[in-house]
Design a protein around this ligand. Structure first.
Ligand code: C2E
Ligand code: MG
Ligand code: MG
Ligand code: MG
Length: 276
């Protein structure tokens, strides 16, 4: 009867839910272990000045090679980390590893002017956590003078006043501040009115359409013009073709990043890549 079917359906649903919850629980435990045993690694994606196509900096991106599941995307495990209070530990590990690797590479201050790390929304919105991260960065002498913090636009959305003081503190410590995935949140304009940001990174979704979609082109043009008049460095993210690069150059975009110019790579490949 219907009652029995409904009961079975509910039981089945519960079982599937439980399995999912268990998998998730296991994933969190695995992530915790990967962090505490420092198994997370980092790769570096160069950023280029468009006028001369010379690298100006690198972005550090975290990688997790899971024993059973292989590489898991940060788009999956970073939100998991945020929900489980693990973001600060990841940031610290990323700063520590990149500081060691870049310090030994001889690239800093020579081939590279800026090193950017990504910081999660939950971490950014916690002034105490940001203070601690800043202090930790300052103890890593190799990075203290060139570190840039990237925050996605939506992370600053909650509380402008608080964001303003957190950013001022960062900048007073000698760090610079970049707004990632610019144009995807709802705050773009208000943010530029109130916050003193050093750089904005135009989201890949606009860049990927500039050749074929006039409306995306208009948006990119407007972002570039606005950034310039505010004296903010502007970077295009996710450049995958020569045509996109050419279009961005023609629009007066200052810098670009993307697979066409350089993929995220381990330190030894970065050293080779930047030698040429
Ligand atoms: P993001 O900071 O916007 O980084 C750019 C992402 O786009 C990276 O993915 C990069 O590998 C990818 N990418 C770069 N150029 C191209 C391109 O030309 N085409 C395409 N299709 N993709 C490109 P990844 O490394 O998987 O990171 C995804 C996101 O995870 C990052 O977006 C960032 O928000 C977050 N993330 C990465 N590393 C960290 C970290 O250490 N800490 C925190 N909190 N978040 C991180
Ligand atoms: Mg980023
Ligand atoms: Mg981005
Ligand atoms: Mg992103």
């Amino acid at each position: 009867g219907i009652a029995k079917e409904t009961k079975n359906a509910i039981q089945f649903h519960d079982k599937a839910m439980t399995e999912k919850a268990l998998q998730r629980r296991q994933m969190i435990i695995d992530l915790q272990k990967a962090i505490s045993s420092e198994q997370l690694t980092v790769v570096y994606q160069p950023k280029y000045t468009l006028s001369d196509q010379v690298a100006s900096g690198v972005e550090v991106l975290v990688r997790w090679n899971h024993g059973q599941h292989g590489f898991i995307s940060p788009d999956i495990f970073i939100p998991l980390a945020e929900e489980n209070g693990l973001s600060s530990a990841i940031s610290k590990l990323v700063v520590k590893k990149s500081s060691q690797e870049l310090g030994q590479s001889g690239l800093l201050g020579n081939k590279i002017k800026h090193v950017a790390v990504n910081v999660s929304a939950t971490e950014f919105n916690n002034a105490d956590k940001m203070y601690k991260l800043t202090q930790f960065i300052l103890t890593q002498s190799t990075l203290a003078t060139c570190m840039r913090i990237e925050i996605t636009e939506t992370a600053t959305l909650n509380d402008m006043k608080k964001s303003l003081s957190i950013i001022s503190n960062l900048q007073a410590s000698g760090l610079t501040f970049s707004v990632d995935d610019f144009g995807t949140g709802y705050t773009s304009l208000a943010m530029l009115k109130d916050l003193t940001v050093d750089e904005i990174k135009i989201d890949r979704s606009f860049v990927s359409e500039i050749e074929h979609d006039p409306r995306s082109r208009t948006i990119v043009n407007a972002i570039i013009a606005m950034a310039k008049s505010f004296n903010i460095n502007v970077v295009a993210e996710g450049v995958e073709t020569a045509e996109q690069l050419q279009a961005l150059k023609a629009m007066g975009c200052q810098e670009a990043q993307g697979y066409y110019l350089g993929r995220p790579m381990p330190i030894k490949d970065l050293v080779l890549h930047l030698q040429n």
